[in-house]
Design a protein around this ligand. Sequence first.
Ligand SMILES: *Cc1c(COP(=O)(O)O)cnc(C)c1O
Length: 383
Amino acid sequence: MIPYGRQTISEDDIQAVAKVLRSDWLTQGPSVEQFEDAIAARCGATYAVAVSSGTAALHVAALATGLGPGRRLWTTPNTFVASANCALYCGASVDFVDVDARDGNISIAALTQKLEEAEANNQLPDVLIPVDFAGKPCDYHAINALKEKYGFVVIEDASHALGAEHQGNKIGCGRFADITVLSFHPVKIVTTGEGGMLLTNSAEFAERMRRFRTSGITRDGALAGKDAKGGWDYFQIDLGFNYRLSDIHAALGLSQLTRLNHFVEKRNDIADRYDRAFTDLPVRPMNRREGDLCAYHLYVIRVAAHRRKALYDHLHAMDIRAQVHYIPVHTQPYFENLGFQWGDFPEAENHYHEALSLPMYPAMTDGELDQVISEITQFDFSR
Ligand SMILES: *Cc1c(COP(=O)(O)O)cnc(C)c1O
């Protein structure tokens, strides 16, 4: 079976985890701190805060920006549901901005228009979550120009994009977003099993995110407006959560991180080979890099909508587990119950009808890649 994505675990990764199991710390401890420092250094961010998943990271980021009832968050429909759910966890409202057909990222034209309308109706968003779909950075130059004009906070969902570069800078460096969110789910660029990370250059956001990660607790009496009574003191000043990452997970991430460059190179090599193989086929590869470095979490093609299911079924019959990214979030039953419906975001829906994610992972062999390419080359697109 050839999956659409999978982890790459080395003997060093296994040893790193075993070492933690023999140590004094299992949950958040020295390995988490080392992992945070290593990610911050790699991405060029001032602060990194590790949490238990990408979903938890989005929740904590939204809380840190002050999102709550009466506030508004916008994201795109072409993403995993977590990018939208974080607004609802906070009691805020969520809305979507349609995508650009070329790369599946947020459409700057649609965003510009929606912001103009929202300003006229006094409904401007407090937070925008652009998603670097498949690992290709969004147009942050344009997004930040709009941010300057309208004053929203940018939380970048870079769950697909660890290791990507935009305009010569690393994703997560703090130039593109106020907070950048990473996920370490096994199919992502680097894994901890489950895990997530928040990157920011704001000391204030970092402090709040650390507190929301740990039940809203601080040891700093001054922050709570209380006098310290003893070494045992702690003060809960926010309604936080237990979103800690364990040292077991962090040790895996730290070991994986040493191979990040290799992972991204391998993913780009595979993308190059797919791109070349499809030049004369009715298959449109997305997320070409155009000067940026794409992390290629996914390799997404678009094919004629009426042949997409047949191609998917054919590949599955050959034990090649292609996937579809994404079912537009606004069409999920939960979001339909909130009043969204098919037709609301046509480009995201067109994308959904035509998209297929082909197998893409660093340990993919030449033989596996040849097999996928050969099945697609032989597939009858004309019917
Ligand atoms: C994977 C993913 C998430 C959620 O990450 P988890 O670690 O699985 O909670 C959020 N957004 C996007 C775009 C993702 O791909």
